[in-house]
Design a protein around this ligand. Structure first.
Ligand SMILES: [Mn+2]
Length: 336
């Protein structure tokens, strides 16, 4: 945050405000952790509400304060009236209003000051205050900096736990290239606030139902390798989900198993969503192989260089076929 932005932020919060905190659709640990950290930070002197566009994985219910999250889909009228009174709206861990789905029109028509804190590339220009840095490991790391520049003394165990969880989730436990010495320093300071490192790991990664293990098994079994290319892909059908009692967040991390294979640089997961009439796609890569441009060019998506998403309205079979031919073309054009 530069001095000018800091000055306007401090001025903005010099009196009591009605604040709304919004994570992206289907919030992950970084998005929800950012909201909850700011919730605990602001709530002593302000009226603060977290509004999630939709339901999130129950895995994240361990985050302190998560019982205060309002889900817009289930509380539309209440959320609308809260929006009417809002002075400040934070959009956290996304940078294009479409990622807030049903909430996007409420945000864009709101008279409140909009503050974006985010680490994705190419931010849209909808916020009054844009705090955007795609070099940062996570929005939670940025929220830590944000809080420190206003009042570091307010960081307590709850805030530290929320921020640490988001950082750990977005960096794959301090492994991904976005992890810097500063990220680790922030982690270290959070541990000094009593964050329970082992417990957070257990809650995030070893807290699933038995059926999720079976789903992982079938997803791994479905992996296919494209001959001659450093690319693997797999899919989860609608049936796989029904048989294994699929819940939001169950497939989190599955796509990364493809990158555990020697010389594989790109791994892709297709999830059939029959009720939405589309296929959701996760792209992961490493090294020089960038997936965000591919995702936006061929599958209406985007994201980070090494972690992107996309969608397809074709059937699962046709989507896979299209993917194989598109990725061949993309690699020919960009990497040979
Ligand atoms: Mn993030």
């Amino acid at each position: 945050m530069n001095d000018l932005i800091l000055k306007s932020v401090i001025e903005l919060f010099s009196e009591k405000r009605n604040i709304i905190l919004i994570p992206h659709n289907s919030p992950d640990a970084d998005a929800l952790g950012s909201c909850l950290a700011l919730y605990h930070f602001f709530k002593s002197k302000n009226e603060v509400t977290i509004i999630s566009p939709n339901e999130y994985t129950e895995i994240l219910n361990f985050l302190p304060g998560s019982n205060n999250v309002l889900v817009y889909e289930d509380n539309k009228e209440k959320c609308k009236s809260i929006f009417k009174k809002a002075n400040v709206v934070f959009t956290l861990d996304f940078n294009s209003l479409g990622r807030a789905r049903n909430l996007s029109s409420l945000i864009s028509s709101s008279l409140a000051k909009i503050i974006m804190i985010d680490h994705h590339e190419n931010p849209d220009n909808y916020a009054d205050i844009t705090i955007s840095n795609s070099k940062m490991s996570s929005t939670c790391e940025m929220v830590y900096d944000f809080i420190c520049s206003i009042d570091k003394s307010k960081i307590d165990n709850k805030i530290a736990t929320c921020i640490y969880t988001g950082i750990v989730a977005d960096t794959g436990s301090f492994r991904f290239p976005s992890t810097t010495s500063k990220t680790l320093k922030v982690g270290s300071e959070l541990i000094n606030h009593g964050v329970n490192v082992t417990e957070i790991f257990e809650k995030l990664h070893n807290n699933f139902q038995f059926k999720r293990l079976k789903l992982l098994g079938s997803t791994i079994n479905n992996f296919k390798k494209i001959k001659g290319l450093p690319v693997v892909y797999t899919s989860i059908t609608d049936r796989d989900q029904k048989v294994n009692n699929f819940k939001k967040g169950d497939s989190e991390g599955f796509v990364n198993f493809g990158l555990s294979v020697v010389e594989i640089l790109c791994s892709v997961l297709f999830i059939e969503k029959k009720d939405e009439g589309l296929i959701k796609i996760s792209f992961r890569s490493k090294g020089d192989f960038k997936v965000n441009i591919f995702a936006s060019k061929y599958f209406n998506g985007g994201g980070h260089e090494h972690a992107s998403g996309g969608i397809s309205k074709l059937s699962l079979k046709e989507t896979e076929k299209k993917f194989v031919s598109d990725i061949k073309q993309y690699i020919n054009q960009n990497y040979e």
